[in-house]
Write a new protein. Structure first.
Length: 332
């Protein structure tokens, strides 16, 4: 007896998730960062050792911030869905957006249940830390890739002491103000980090609410070389069911790796008259992409040669699980 095929709709956690993505990720900064991480294409671009395709993708003059107007349109819609949360991430350092704290405050004022952001903590000085806490950021994840001996070879920015002290000071300030913001410290689980991984966890567990380690992957083949081994059987990518990524100009993208925003991977634009995230999320084109993934047909350019799908987490390995269970932030 053959097993009936799985319906793509059955992979949504709840009917609410099918109507609107549980996570909306916005690209605040395209190619703008103050680190030189070996595990990130932007870091390699800054350091001068990015491959040719990355250099072409971030040609001179292409780096930019998302405008307040585009962000507000996104935040206003996310705020209408109680199960959804907003992630400030992708292609750069979020805290370098000149209106970062204002954006967070706007999103919270628009009713967004949970706003989460990433930072390398280099610019997390006291004034900015206070503004972030006052704005009501729910979760700040600090990317500290490495410890006393491995940080500089991995992040190559010369700011280990500054980043470390900024994170510790942020935790102290948060506690002094009795602010609800959760603090997460993370690192990419890459080969050169292994010698200090245990020390990293022990140290940061004293300050962070959670310490996590992220898969070492290729960012859509933008890093040369295989980043980890792949199992023989590929599964459908959770990005199409759990996350909607929006580029700096408002393009809704098929994947967080759709950095070049080629036509095949742009599913709509939130600035177009009458356009909504919910409407784009429910289009026949989106549904067809999900059905193709369930059937093992990976036709999109970002999917066809992807080696990062193995790190696309479902269920207890997902970021939603971290937010809901480990950090106690509820939601669907």
């Amino acid at each position: 007896m053959t097993t009936p095929p799985i319906s793509a709709s059955a992979l949504f956690a709840t009917p609410e998730h099918e109507r609107f993505p549980v996570c909306v990720q916005v690209t605040l900064n395209h190619g703008i960062c103050d680190s030189h991480c070996i595990s990130c294409p932007i870091g390699r671009l800054n350091h001068g050792d990015a491959n040719e395709s990355v250099r072409a993708e971030f040609r001179l003059g292409s780096r930019r911030h998302m405008t307040f107007e585009v962000f507000a349109r996104v935040a206003d819609e996310v705020g209408r869905y109680p199960h959804a949360w907003l992630r400030l991430h992708a292609r750069g350092e979020p805290l370098l957006h000149p209106r970062f704290a204002e954006l967070v405050g706007y999103a919270k004022g628009a009713g967004v249940r949970l706003v989460q952001a990433f930072t390398d903590a280099i610019s997390l000085h006291e004034e900015k830390a206070r503004a972030i806490l006052e704005a009501g950021l729910d979760v700040l994840e600090c990317s500290i890739h490495g410890h006393t001996k491995t940080y500089e070879p991995l992040m190559r920015n010369g700011h280990y002491r500054q980043a470390r002290e900024n994170v510790i000071a942020f935790r102290r300030l948060r506690d002094q103000r009795h602010a609800p913001t959760k603090l997460v410290v993370s690192a990419v689980d890459q080969p050169l980090f292994q010698s200090e991984k245990a020390q990293h966890r022990a140290f940061w567990s004293e300050y962070a609410d959670e310490v996590i380690y992220r898969p070492y992957h290729s960012w859509g083949n933008r890093l040369d070389g295989l980043c980890g081994s792949l199992p023989e059987a590929r599964h459908a990518c959770s990005q199409l069911w759990n996350r909607c990524t929006i580029g700096p100009g408002g393009n809704v993208l098929a994947c967080f790796n759709s950095w070049s925003e080629c036509d095949e991977e742009v599913l709509g634009n939130v600035t177009e008259p009458g356009a909504t995230i919910a409407g784009i999320w429910q289009t026949a084109r989106y549904a067809r992409m999900r059905e193709e993934h369930v059937a093992g047909n990976y036709s999109l350019p970002c999917c066809a040669g992807c080696r990062d799908w193995v790190g696309s987490a479902w269920h207890q390995n997902s970021y939603e699980h971290l937010l809901q269970i480990k950090l106690g932030l509820g939601g669907s």
